[in-house]
Design a binder for this molecule. Sequence first.
Ligand code: ADP
Ligand code: GLC
Length: 471
Amino acid sequence: MAKVGGLGEVSAALPAALRELQVDARVLLPGYSGVLAAAGNVRELARLTLFDAPYEARLLMAHLQNGVPLIILDCPQLYARAGGPYQNEAGKDWDDNGWRFGLLSKVAAILGSESSPLDWRPQIIHCNDWPVALAPAYLHYTPQPRAASVVTVHNLAFQGNFDPDLVAALGLPESSFAVDGLEFHGRMSFLKAGLLYADAITTVSPTYAREIQSETLGFGMDGLLHLRRDSLFGILNGIDTAVWNPETDPLIAHNYSASTLDNKLINKQALQQRLQLAQEPGIPLLGVVSRFTQQKGIDVLVEAASRLVELPVQLVALGTGERELEYALRTVAARHPGNIAVAIGYDENLAHLIEAGADMFLMPSRFEPCGLNQMYSQRYGTPPIARATGGLVDTIVDCNPGTLRNGSATGFLFNQLTAAELLSAVRRAVAMYRDRSSWRILQQNGMARYFGWDTAAQQYAGIYARLAGLV
Ligand code: ADP
Ligand code: GLC
């Protein structure tokens, strides 16, 4: 399917949880090659011809792997290509992304209007991130009755800003290109359109909802977000607790639970073996699974890596991303064979084994709207060490004598994103690791935390009901 980091996981899991609450949630996805291949048998629902370009598209009916009804916007000319959803194989944004996601947004809006070719008419169009954030602008110019809209910000750094010519080309009135419209620093912005016209805005953690109203993490949208603060809600993501369960996970070397934590060591050995790390059971093993980008603070990890080895800890990092960061990580790993292993690539099996086999999990994020791995690692008895930002603050309880005593401590947080603070947080963790019984408590506290989707689904369903005038 189409999965780029956390958003892919969330877009499949949230609708499933909503359906459990009797919300008839269906997913709209572009017909990327991977989506069409995974969908198998599809049924054509409608044909559409849109824009003056023009684009011939079809709506196809299918289901996600978890059973959620899926409407595929099939337009091979725009979506069926080798490469990622947003970028080509060389990592460059597709030149026609404005058209690609303009069409997606337009179709989403049509489905919520009287001119929809489908019998099924949603009361709410819920848009995830910039690629479909133009839908609320289209809806704004659509006569009633029409669906209400919700925009969820998963990452404010990605805004979908394009050439102003696109406004007219995508069939929006020229007058919408204004300071109190889609205009953003001389460009037309999909995300700004969404933030302006959506009936409600949500983001994926309460702390991030506050942070994006400040200049530091607002990426230029802070003023608008602050203005709309009464319609802005921070709803913490859940995780798929069936997929991420150390008791049943088929992708790890040995299953374990909070009461059989000794078996976690078998996973550590398997991980060390797989990545040719020294078989040292006593040296704490630090895991990282991440996009290798500035957002994730990988540059600071590189800076700290050699000194981490001196603590001593072993480090394993799995990911892909910016070429320079991949290269820097590889270089530092080559300098410390047996103690640092770097795997470049997207590998779900290895991601699971790292969660199970590492002793601690590191997330030195510069900003983190929610983050999923810190929740997985708590479930896997692998206490997270993370920068105190965004969803990491909302999901990790920093370990100190008080939180350890009252049974709430689950990991380690540090404030400034510097190599020195990162190292001092890891040092705190290593000291605690040496105290076997306290460490065990920390692990078990994390494993007892509940991160299921139902809590978030209830909050979204509450917003939908209010917007649909049902309450
Ligand atoms: P983001 O969406 O910003 O990348 P999240 O923490 O929300 O961050 O989600 C990232 C998800 O992608 C996690 O489930 C993580 O395990 C997974 N992931 C990231 N990189 C890799 C990789 N190289 N191999 C396997 N899984 C990965
Ligand atoms: C984004 C954010 C990440 C979040 C994910 C899912 O990719 O970077 O923090 O967990 O979306 O909401």
